[in-house]
Structures are given as C-alpha cells and as structure tokens.
Design a protein around this ligand. Structure first.
Ligand code: HEC
Ligand code: HEC
Length: 270
C-alpha cells in the first residue's frame, strides 16, 4: 500500500467512525427492506454497507451520491449497467489512478461482491422513490450529458475503437438498432455471445470452457462439464478465443466523461 493510499484509508476510517456515531442509515435500510424477499441478498447489502462506509464513502459520499472528491455512483453508467459485478468489480480492482480513483487490491472477491450488492440496492432504493420511474428518470438526467464531438475524437483517437469498428460499417445506424439505455449497456459490455477461453495452469493442465469473468486479477470459466472454476490470474495463462476481449479490456480505461461523450456520439449514428 502506498503512503497516499494509507492516508486515504485512515481518513476514510475516521470518517466511517464519525458515521457510525451520527449517521442514521434510513435510506439504506429502505433498500434492505426492498430486498426482504431475499434475505441472502439483504445480508450482502448489510456487509456491503459497512465496507462502503470504510472504503468508499470518503470520496463517494455516505450514500454513494457523490462528494467533491468522487462522482455519484447512483447516476453512474458502469454501476447502472453492472451485472454481478462485471463492471463495478473491474473499477474497484484496477482503479483509475490518473482520475483519483485508487485500486483496492486488498478487497477479496466476496467483499467486492458485497460492495456490488450494496450499490445495486442503493440504485434500487433511489429509483423506487422517483415518481417518473426508474429508467425514464435516469435516462433524462443522465444520458444526454455528453459531448458528441469529444466522443467522436475519442472513438477515432485515444479510444482505438476504429481498430475493430467502423461507423459506416458494423456500427452504421447502431442508434436505431437499440433503445438508448440498451445502447449504453452494449457500449460498456456487449454481452451477446459468451467467449470461449482456455486456461493453462503452471502444472500444464488446461481447462477450456465458456468465459465467465476475466480481469487483471481473476479469471473464471464454466468448463465443458458445466463446473465453475476460477483462478488467480498471476498463476495461469489465459487465452480468450474471441475478439470481444479487446472491447472488454477498455473497461478499465473509460472515464466517466468518456462514456458520456462516446454515448452522445453513438446516439448520432442514426
Ligand atoms: C479489439 C476489438 C474491439 C475494440 C478495440 C472495441 N470493440 Fe466494440 N466490440 C467488439 C466486438 C467483438 C463486439 C461484439 C460484436 C458483436 O457481438 O456483434 C463489440 C461490440 C460493440 C458495440 C455493440 C454493437 C452492437 O451492434 O451490438 C458497441 C456499441 C461498441 N462495440 C462500441 C465500441 C467503442 C465505442 C469502442 C472504443 C471505445 C470499441 N467498441 C472498441 C470489439 C472491439
Ligand atoms: C480517493 C477517493 C476515492 C475512493 C476512496 C474511492 N473512489 Fe471510486 N472514484 C473516485 C473518482 C475520483 C472516480 C471518477 C473517476 C473518473 O472520472 O473516471 C471514481 C470512480 C468510481 C467508479 C466509476 C464511476 C463511473 O461512473 O465511471 C466506481 C464504480 C467507483 N469509483 C467505486 C468505488 C468503490 C466501490 C469504492 C470503495 C471500495 C471507491 N470507489 C473508492 C474516487 C474514489
């Protein structure tokens, strides 16, 4: 852990203690009660709430609505489009150092899953209070904020999207193909076809199957017998037999602004 991270964590801890003393978790409780049908999920959410208070609230605010140091995670595209931690997990593990989001390499998979459960519950609790309904309220506020010209520049330049896509070819008219929230989801994580992957262990044993998760730290496949297997990335060699991994590799690079700009640009492709 760097000195800077240590400082951040100790400050976060102090703040967390302050919350324990004076913060009444009314809104979070509402989220937990919404999940009362599924007590397992509720337990996740409770553990996630604690982890969030001690690790994340410092920057993202006590109810994930943002602060001067970190954006709202309620209005966040990766959080909204996350499925079982596939997007949130990548950001937590890899961070975005250049933007002020530190990587949390000491949180294990179970802790990350609890944090993910907490964030989903917060989004649910917030949306269920909005009279306009979840999607429409979110869509209006959130989706129309990007700059299409900046998105085009990112698409053709830094983003490297033109290596695999063309706006006159495969992405021609993409905005007419999908509803706005669906298109944003596709942009972040095109989940259409599951990738095939082969994992080679240090002892030379190979496991092939459907890729369930891959990032810098973990890889998981469902093998040919339907068994879920996961590995620490540093112990194995991973070959993904699908170009989509190139798209997914970008997840760690997009900033909040890039996603909004790209989305605004893609929405012009009608
Ligand atoms: C290394 C190759 C690669 C790169 C780089 C890449 N993508 Fe993709 N992308 C893919 C693949 C493969 C798919 C899945 C296509 C499919 O399933 O038909 C995909 C799917 C998509 C889709 C959904 C298309 C649809 O019709 O469902 C969008 C939108 C998209 N990418 C946008 C982008 C943007 C924007 C960038 C740059 C920031 C980018 N991609 C970078 C390979 C890439
Ligand atoms: C030191 C401050 C700081 C801490 C601590 C922190 N974050 Fe962040 N986080 C940021 C900043 C700043 C960004 C925006 C980065 C950007 O502009 O792309 C961010 C971005 C994110 C995003 C992506 C949001 C988006 O819409 O792109 C997620 C998800 C996230 N943080 C989750 C967490 C979680 C969960 C924790 C606790 C484990 C955490 N963060 C702790 C500062 C922090």
């Amino acid at each position: 852990m760097t000195l800077k991270n240590a400082k951040i964590l100790s400050a976060a801890f102090a703040i967390a203690v302050a919350f324990c003393v004076c913060w009444k978790p009314v809104q979070v409780k509402a989220g937990v009660q919404d999940e009362a049908k599924d007590p397992m999920a509720a337990e996740n959410v409770k553990r996630g709430t604690k982890l969030f208070q001690s690790n994340c609230a410092f920057c993202h605010g006590p109810t994930a609505k943002g602060s001067s140091t970190g954006p709202s995670l309620i209005d966040s595209s990766p959080v909204r489009h996350d499925k079982d931690g596939d997007l949130i997990g990548a950001v937590i593990r890899q961070g975005r150092m250049d933007k002020g989001m530190p990587p949390f390499t000491t949180l294990d998979a179970a802790q990350i899953s609890d944090l993910v459960a907490y964030l989903h519950a917060r989004v649910q609790a917030t949306d269920s209070r909005e009279t306009a309904g979840p999607k429409s309220g979110y869509q209006l506020k959130h989706l129309l904020t990007g700059d299409p010209a900046a998105g085009k520049a990112y698409f053709e330049g830094q983003g490297g999207c033109v290596k695999c896509h063309s706006v006159t070819g495969d992405l021609s008219g993409v905005a007419t193909k999908y509803q706005p929230t669906e298109l944003e989801g596709k942009l972040l994580y095109p989940r259409g076809k599951p990738s095939k992957a082969t994992v080679t262990q240090r002892d030379g044993r190979k496991f092939s199957g459907t890729l369930s998760h891959v990032d810098q730290f973990y890889v998981a496949v469902i093998d040919t017998n339907g068994r879920y297997r996961s590995w620490d990335r540093s112990n194995v060699k991973v070959e993904v037999e699908d170009p989509i991994s190139g798209h997914l590799a970008l997840l760690a690079k997009y900033t909040n602004k890039d996603v909004h700009d790209l989305f605004a640009y893609l929405e012009t492709l009608k």
